[in-house]
Write a protein that binds this ligand. Sequence first.
Ligand code: AMP
Ligand code: ZN
Length: 454
Amino acid sequence: MTDIMLHNSATRRKERLIPVIAGQVSMYVCGPTVYERAHLGNARPAVVFDTLFRLLRKQFGAEAVTYVRNFTDVEDKINARAAETGRAISDLTDETIVWYLDDMGALGVLEPTHMPRASAYISEMVSMIETLISRGHAYEAEGHVLFSVDSYSLYGRLSGRSVDDMIAGARVEVAPYKKNPMDFVLWKPSSGDVPGWDSPWGFGRPGWHIECSAMSRALLGEVFDIHGGGNDLTFPHHENEIAQSRCAHPKGEFARVWIHNEMLQVDGKKMSKSLGNFFTVRDLLDQDIAGGVIRFVILSTHYRKPMDWTARKAADAATTLGKWGALVTGIEPAPSAAPEVIAALADDLNTPGAIAALHALAAAGRHGELKASLDLLGVALPDQRSNAVADETAALIDALVAQRAEARAARDFTRADALRDAFAAAGVIVTDTPDGAQWATGPNFDPAKLEGVA
Ligand code: AMP
Ligand code: ZN
């Protein structure tokens, strides 16, 4: 089996993946806060970690991989949105979760093994906070419980910052009851319409960070293999998860390998809800950009590099996938993805390398392996015939493709060129292969343009 090498943000090195339990892999990824449609930036970690999940399943066996991705459904932004719109919080979060799963499903993202909702793990969070207090890592002050960063000497190690640097650089919430301004909230009081639960510290709700520590422990244990998320979460969220988990369970190591995807950007700035520079995955799907095209564009950039979405990239991806669709429609996939595609993915998820290998497979006529490799990457090809094109249109195109072959054979280049131009105008991509001409529909498919030439 090919070794899987991953860049571990905690050690800043590429390392061979050696699972805690031989032959099994466990992975936790921070999922979305659910009050709004996912934007394209949110789709990047979903696609990147899904691709890793697929690679791990291929290498270790589907049953051997446990992947947890949570839903943050307890959060002040959710409360604010519910209050603004006069909706019940659970309506808002339930609806957003359905949207998220639909939109990610359209991108070929498989459902993780477990998708815990924070609201279902409050008692685990409360007991973890109690443990932290009893071990001297947390303290109660004015109805809040705070984690004491001075109680954990390795605080800041993941992000490579000292506590003093963090205080200088971060927008820390100053509060008179904090012993150190970097101390962060584990529990806070709730009143009015804000949701809350009974606890030893009164009616309240958890801070954000504790949920991932509690849910990963409940579902994966005190040590697991991979923890992922966007690099915007390194500090403070992941730093705080590490501090909580390692102080509550000093014998466990928590996550061994940390993987962070870089940001999807718009004009050099992170796409984010707060900057308002976002568009949703649904916006793109509604513009008839296929999910497979969106996924292909995301995978065209390595996950550790910033990337931009451009219309040009989407159009190029649609053309490429249309051509490959024509090559592989109706053929049997090979039993496995091509070794060079697996090798690229196993090298720190080198998806641009894997895509370069796909182009080489197409050029070499290795169509069965191309099909199996696209499956491994989770990239769906536009379905040329069954969905997208009505039967009579497909029959017309088949007939015109046959006429083009006849015209060429008869050296009737006027007719062959007229057909070629008509295909181009109608957005039908015709590719000559050793098995004869294959066709697929491109992004601007318009069958009406074929009528004149028939
Ligand atoms: P949120 O719903 O904001 O908590 O984010 C959910 C996931 O999306 C987290 O793993 C974030 O790191 C990630 N994320 C948010 N914005 C971007 C972006 N512009 N590019 C890539 N990942 C992002
Ligand atoms: Zn998290």
